[in-house]
Design a protein around this ligand. Structure first.
Ligand SMILES: Cc1cc2nc3c(=O)[nH]c(=O)nc-3n(C[C@H](O)[C@H](O)[C@H](O)COP(=O)(O)OP(=O)(O)OC[C@H]3O[C@@H](n4cnc5c(N)ncnc54)[C@H](O)[C@@H]3O)c2cc1C
Ligand code: FES
Ligand code: FES
Length: 1340
């Protein structure tokens, strides 16, 4: 530190001064390790800004940063990820958070109002971030187009809504929309035949929201920029020095000052956007003791045009670079071909929050092998202007010598990149860059390529070539041999063949290469060149060269289409009284609070003085004996208060597990997965706890055999006790012996991460000898129960509460215990409040996923395709403990028929015990895997009998009165109606013809269309869980407080229950409130799961309301003209009890597994979807052009919520069947640990035409007010995209002359799509050489 002191001027700022929501913040001791997010949430208690990932990948933490540009005399606003923004970088700026733009108490901002009222907020955890991205866009641009919205939201994720309602809400800000008014929300492919336009007695022309009710956007009413930051420029211009405990942050004023510091401190780091350093510090635990911010260095922050090209200041943000290059291209396209490619690439580079702060130099110096920009810079031979204090300036070309090895460049420690020169292109020069990623928006690349070709004058002979690649080696590389080979070649087909052959030889990858997908990456490297070849062919325009129209589709990109949607539903004219809100699309009760950041989630609970933070010590071995645990080093760290492990709990108190207690809160002797918790460090701060937990030394003795995959489990017969389990109906042998045809096949589906936006968190407070636990659980009663057992205290001393959770999807049904239990034990034992939040990478590594499955089938059928019998073997990878995998398997077994009548059937379920994290519930719970097998089977049958799938499906489709294979009679079966309406509303046959026509004309782009039905059984399948309680409290002012045993996770349960109570009590919804779920209000509740909560809690609420209504009746009768308040007051004065409990026990499940008879489900929810896709056969990329869903949800309690559930489930299913791929190493290590490596669908992935229609005239007599459960059933409909993709691939295969039969596992990733589109390129690259025989990842 003394050494630093000598080098810095005397007049430095050591205080951090900035403004947050208009208020001045003075931080005398800023710590360079603090992120802006931490500061806002923990220091300023502004908890509206959320933590979702900590790595810039989800946008939940988005805030607006504004600063005054003195030279331009204007204020600049940018959206940033607060999780990656160092608070030290905020000196002299204004930060606006979601709380700063509007509130429910004062005035909502139009962005907040519109996202909420358009039903774009379900769990609400993503909402503040999305609001702030949109708000920043509107602050920067008064007139926006749809493309602006899509770009602004590239860095935001939502796991609940399916994005459509957010888009529709925000489209109201687009000028063009107002002319169009309602139309874009209800454009329907059926045109005048749209169901809305047919009046069937009820109102059919409903919309989910009314635009005219929205407040206008008025830029003049925005908060003003703090005048002090304009008047006092010293904040933005001063030399800054912040000394933290481990890190010093310096902002020098001049280049010389910067260079001097860099030369004196070898381990100093330049920090610009912190998008790389921030991730390294958080997840790779790197520590950089001296961070140097160049934000004041003029030379590094300017953009210039030179004689030979452009000079980019090294610290200029990528957004500014994009704007600048756009202008250059506009001015001179011919000279700016490389600029155009950089500009285009920047659109696909990260999200706007990252681009707004990240720099070009940061990307270059990081030297990631999958950098998007480095291949372009290499291909155009960009030059770095590098300075050092000792040696002055030098120029370095970005070439293969510059990238020395993995993430290493040839710069000396004291050198700083000051600028980057990018040259102009010439007339006969062709330059193009390509990027292929798992997801189109905001994703790092799998392979990036940049091709630069110069032709000789007036000829098509190559004069010079540079083919550069990212993703094909540990560094960005130039395919030198091939580039050289190209020189002197004529641009024609034989050159193409030569190049493809040469690239195959030159770009070697083996299966152990980090990132995996070696075959795909190799074929991409060729396919991208092929695209370039076609592009140049198209452009070259000499000697009459022309390529066939059919081939042209290879060079074009997939279309960019503005999404549109329609929602078709009816509002029944059967309202019972004026207050009755049942059936109306009212807004989610918390939506406004969620949009303003006022909604409180677990980690938003205000900090209590003296509270402690807990961090888990996890196993680093997948299967081993624990030899020793030594926490001594961790305990020495100042601030560490305790280490808890199995030795703190008696054996019988250390057990947990929802069905069988086969897990330990803390592992005692053996670990059976890396997800096992060995202990917990409890410390005064989060940062101390996290650092100290890494100091706990655990020694292990490895055990064998290690079982990771389903195949391992089969080999070692590693199944949970009681498995395989078999269900038989009819005589399968007889069916097979008499069949015309017998086919066999199998389908594999991978793990799916829940990716709820709010990671698992818990907070516990001991009060006397009582314990209160707030957690992110879908089953708080279970948390309270296990905590009481662990602590050996009666259950009435433990209260578990959940106000709301930021998404669950099944992932928080049982696995929230992993964290909540250690927190509860710690709080009770230490007598202090204890808090814990899993980091996203921890959450993804330990809390389990949707079960990966392998399903084999054998089916017997006749010449028409009518099924007579089938045998299924379902294997699920359950991980190290049972959890609820037995229930998951039960559901898989009874859904493997999907919608088809199979008279003779045998289903065998195997729950595999492996050393993976324990897999758990996930929306659909085994059914989406099993139903996929049924659909694969149907298509296989169609193929064999030479019929269309639709015909074969139709003749096997369940009809009213059919018996399922568990002998339940189908009543009120609307399947056929849904099927017919979907065929009709999607215009299916016509579109199928059009798809065929398109495919005939295009070799490299193919379309596919497919229709899929679903039938989903509603019930927990376990009697004891089919009960529900409610508590109704009426206060003497007439306000009603309702409590139920279910929790709110975005699915709108509380809203629906308020609607039910409004009808039952005849009270307006505004008078009814649900505050939270608490085990001291409703005891012994079941998990909020299985889509059943509205059904059972609705009945319990009605029960409570009826009791109350009866008590109020005399007062109502005596004063019929009175108001609700009058009757309540009169009853109160008359000493009538104004509280009531409600209870519901569903009729007993009659099902008997032994005899396979009796009803298993209360009823079924049906639906059908049709999806159309377009794929790029060369890259495996795809777009969903349209989806039409017809869903039977009975008489919807709330169409807005139900449509939201359908769309949200569909998009989650879309992710499951296409882009979401959890990766595991051969030893079961989880390789997908955050949004950077695991891609859930983003805004641009939604079907471009998304039509949802609720089946009319289908009341359900078996649930509350004729409604139906909706949470899980629609998810499977997304498999229509999977099958549409398969159809498209079939066409590509047919063009290539290969068999139309092929196996493609789910998900249909770009890699699988590309490799299934076999052609000369994919054949060229096979097989990939395997080094050491160990692949980088395996299929589990
Ligand atoms: C969510 C997310 C998405 C991303 N998406 C992409 C993507 O799509 N494509 C892609 O290629 N990358 C992507 N990245 C990686 C990263 O954003 C880029 O590499 C970015 O350009 C880094 O710039 P920065 O200014 O933030 O670097 P910083 O983190 O500030 O610095 C990175 C490194 O560069 C050094 N450095 C910075 N400037 C200089 C200089 N002038 N002289 C010497 N050394 C310097 C730093 O010392 C440090 O070692 C993504 C990152 C995140 C977090
Ligand atoms: S928390 Fe910052 S982007 Fe996810
Ligand atoms: S509402 Fe978007 S993540 Fe839940």
């Amino acid at each position: 530190m003394d050494k630093i002191q000598q080098l810095i001027p005397s007049d430095v700022d050591t205080e951090l001064i900035f403004f947050v929501n208009g208020k001045k913040v003075i931080e005398p001791n800023p710590e360079p390790e603090w992120t802006l997010l931490w500061y806002l949430r923990k220091k300023l208690q502004l908890t509206g800004t959320k933590y979702g990932c900590g790595e810039g990948g989800c946008g939940a933490c988005t805030v607006m940063v504004s600063y005054y540009l003195k030279r331009e005399q204007r204020i600049k606003h940018v959206a940033v990820n607060a999780c990656l923004t160092p608070v030290c970088a905020m000196h002299g700026v204004a930060v606006t958070t979601v709380e700063g733009i509007g509130s429910t108490e004062e005035k909502l901002h139009p962005v907040q109002e519109r996202i909420a009222k358009a039903h774009g907020s379900q769990c609400g955890f993503c909402t503040p971030g999305i609001v702030m991205s949109m708000y920043t866009l509107l602050r920067n641009k008064s007139k926006i187009e749809y493309a602006d919205i899509e770009t602004a939201l590239q860095g935001n994720l939502c796991r609940c809504t399916g994005y459509r309602p957010i888009i529709e809400g925000f489209k109201t800000f687009v000028d063009a929309w107002s002319g169009n008014d309602r139309k874009s929300q209800d454009t329907c492919i059926m045109g005048k035949d749209c169901c809305r336009l047919k009046n069937e007695g009820n109102k059919n022309d409903e919309t989910l929201f009314t635009k005219s009710e929205f407040q206008p956007l008025s830029p003049t009413q925005e908060p003003i920029f703090p005048p002090e930051l304009i008047l006092n420029q010293s904040y933005r211009e001063s030399y800054v020095l912040y000394k933290g405990e481990n890190i010093v942050w310096i902002r020098p004023k001049t280049l010389d000052e910067l260079l001097l510091l860099k030369s004196k401190f070898e381990d100093s780091k330049i920090v610009v956007g912190n998008t790389e350093i921030g991730v390294e510090m958080k997840f790779k635990k790197k520590l950089y003791p001296l961070l140097l911010s160049p934000s004041l260095i003029k030379e590094m922050n300017t953009l210039n045009v030179t004689d030979v090209g452009v000079r980019i200041g090294a610290a200029v943000s990528l957004t500014d670079l994009l704007i600048f290059l756009d202008k250059q291209v506009e001015d001179d396209y011919e000279r700016g071909k490389a600029f155009l490619e950089i500009k285009n690439m920047l659109h696909w580079f990260a999200g706007s929050q990252v681009r707004n702060v990240a720099s070009l130099a940061g990307n270059i110096i990081t030297a990631s092998p999958i950098s998007d920009l480095n291949p372009i810079l290499m291909a155009c031979s960009a030059t770095l202007i590098v300075f050092s204090a000792k040696r002055g300036e030098r120029q370095v070309t970005v070439d293969e010598n510059f990238f020395k090895s993995y993430r290493r460049v040839s710069l000396d420690y004291d050198e700083v990149v000051v600028a980057i020169d990018i040259p102009y292109t010439a007339k006969r020069q062709f330059f193009k860059a390509y990027k292929q990623a798992r997801r189109r928006d905001d994703d790092i690349s799998i392979v990036t390529a940049a091709f630069n070709i110069k032709f000789e004058k007036d000829s098509n002979i190559v004069n010079d070539a540079n083919l550069s690649y990212g993703g094909m080696a540990p560094t960005t590389i130039c395919a030198k041999r091939t580039s050289k080979l190209l020189k002197g070649c004529t641009w024609n087909e034989s050159t193409l063949r030569l190049v493809l052959k040469s690239l195959t030889d030159e770009l070697q990858l083996d299966t152990s290469a980090p990132g995996g997908m070696a075959d795909y990456r190799k074929s991409l490297s060729l396919s991208l060149f092929f695209k370039f070849y076609l592009h140049v062919m198209q452009e070259v325009g000499i000697n009459g060269y022309k390529i066939h129209e059919h081939e042209l589709s290879g060079s074009s990109e997939l279309p960019i289409i503005v999404p549109n949607s329609s929602q078709c539903f009816e509002i029944k004219n059967n309202n019972r009284h004026i207050c009755d809100s049942v059936g109306k699309p009212i807004t989610h009760m918390s939506a406004l609070k969620q949009a303003t950041g006022e909604a409180i989630y677990c980690d938003d609970v205000p900090i209590i003085e003296g509270e402690l933070f807990l961090s888990l010590v996890l196993s680093t071995e997948p299967y081993a004996n624990i030899k020793s645990i030594d926490p001594s080093k961790a305990l020495e760290v100042p601030g560490v208060k305790a280490f808890l492990s199995a030795s703190d709990l008696p054996d019988d108190c250390n057990k947990m597990g929802p069905i069988i207690k086969d897990e330990e809160i803390f592992s005692r002797d053996v670990v059976t997965s890396r997800a096992c918790v060995i202990g917990a460090i409890i410390a005064t701060t989060e940062s101390i706890a996290r650092k100290a937990k890494d100091l706990v030394i655990v020694t292990y003795e490895k055990l064998h055999p290690l079982i990771v995959t389903i195949e391992d489990a089969i080999e070692h017969k590693s199944f949970f006790a009681g498995y395989p389990r078999t269900r038989v109906k009819g005589d399968v042998n007889d069916a097979f012996s008499k069949a015309h045809h017998i086919s066999e096949g199998c389908i594999r589906s991978g793990a799916q991460e829940h990716f709820y936006l709010e990671t698992i968190s818990a907070y516990a407070i001991r009060k006397e000898d009582e314990l209160e636990i707030i957690s992110t659980s879908q089953n708080p009663a279970e948390i309270a129960q296990i905590a009481a057992e662990a602590l050996h205290i009666p259950r009435h001393k433990v209260v578990a509460k959940v106000k709301r959770i930021g998404g669950g999807f099944g992932g928080k049904e049982t696995r929230a215990t992993t964290l909540a239990l250690p927190v509860a034990v710690a709080a009770y034992k230490l007598k202090k409040p204890v808090r814990a939040v899993l980091d996203r990478d921890e959450d993804m590594q330990i809390t389990g996923y949707r079960h990966p499955c392998l399903i084999k089938y054998k089916v017997a059928y006749d010449n028409d395709g009518k099924i007579s019998g089938a045998i299924f073997h379902i294997y699920s990878n359950a991980g190290y403990s049972m959890d609820i995998s037995c229930s998951m398997m039960e559901r898989a077994i009874v859904h493997v028929d999907n919608c088809y009548f199979i008279p003779n059937i045998e289903v065998n379920g195997y729950v595999c015990k492996t050393n993976l994290p324990s897999n758990t519930a996930f929306r659909g719970f085994g059914a989406p895997q099993a139903m996929l097998a049924a659909e694969i089977m149907m298509r296989n049958i169609a193929e064999v009998v030479g019929k269309q799938y639709e015909d074969v499906a139709s003749i096997n489709l369940y009809q009213e009165g059919n018996l399922t294979h568990y002998n339940q009679t189908l009543t009120y079966c609307t399947l056929q109606r849904c099927w017919n309406e979907c065929i009709e509303s999607s215009n299916y046959w016509q579109r199928k013809k059009e798809v065929e026509e398109f495919n005939k004309c295009n070799r490299w782009k193919k379309k596919g269309i497919s229709i899929v039905p679903t039938k989903y059984g509603i019930s927990f399948q376990v009697d004891v869980l089919m009960q529900a309680g409610a508590l109704l409290l009426v206060y003497n002012d007439g306000s009603v407080l309702l409590s139920i045993g279910g929790i709110e996770m975005g699915q709108g349960l509380f809203t629906k229950m308020i609607q039910v109570a409004s009808r039952a009590l005849e009270v307006d919804v505004s008078k009814i409130h649900i505050s939270e779920m608490a085990t001291d209000k409703v005891p012994n509740s079941s998990p909020t799961a299985a889509s059943i909560s509205s059904d059972i809690y609705g009945m319990a609420v009605i029960n409570a309301c009826d009791t109350l209504k009866k008590r109020l009746k005399p007062y109502k009768d005596s004063k019929p003209d009175g108001s609700w308040e009058d009757w309540v007051l009169a009853a109160y004065l008359d000493r009538v009890c104004l509280s009531a409990t409600g209870f519901y026990a569903a009729p007993k499940i009659e099902y008997n597994a032994k005899t396979n008879s009796g009803n298993l489900f209360e009823y079924f929810t049906y639906g059908v979807a049709c999806s159309e896709v377009i794929i790029d056969c060369l890259t495996g990329d795809h777009i969903v052009l349209g989806t039409d869903i017809v869903m039977d949800v009975g008489e919807s309690l709330n169409p807005a919520i139900d449509i939201g559930q359908i769309e949200g489930a569909f998009m989650q299913g879309y992710g499951y069947y296409t882009i979401e791929e959890m990766l595991f190493s051969p030893t079961g290590e989880v390789l997908s640990r955050g949004p950077g490596t695991y891609k859930i669908p983003g805004f641009s992935d939604i079907p471009k035409q998304f039509n949802v229609s609720l089946l009319k005239g289908a009341p359900n007599p078996r649930a509350v007010y004729s409604s139906k459960a909706v949470g899980e059933p629609p998810l499977f409909l997304a498999s229509s995209v999977f099958f549409a993709i398969k159809e498209a691939i079939k066409s590509a295969r047919s063009d290539a002359g290969v068999s139309s039969e092929f196996v493609m596992d789910a998900p249909a990733t770009c890699s699988r799509i590309r490799m299934a589109c076999e052609d000369i390129i994919t054949n060229e690259v096979k097989p990939t050489i395997t080094k050491n025989g160990k692949p980088w990842n395996i299929i589990v």
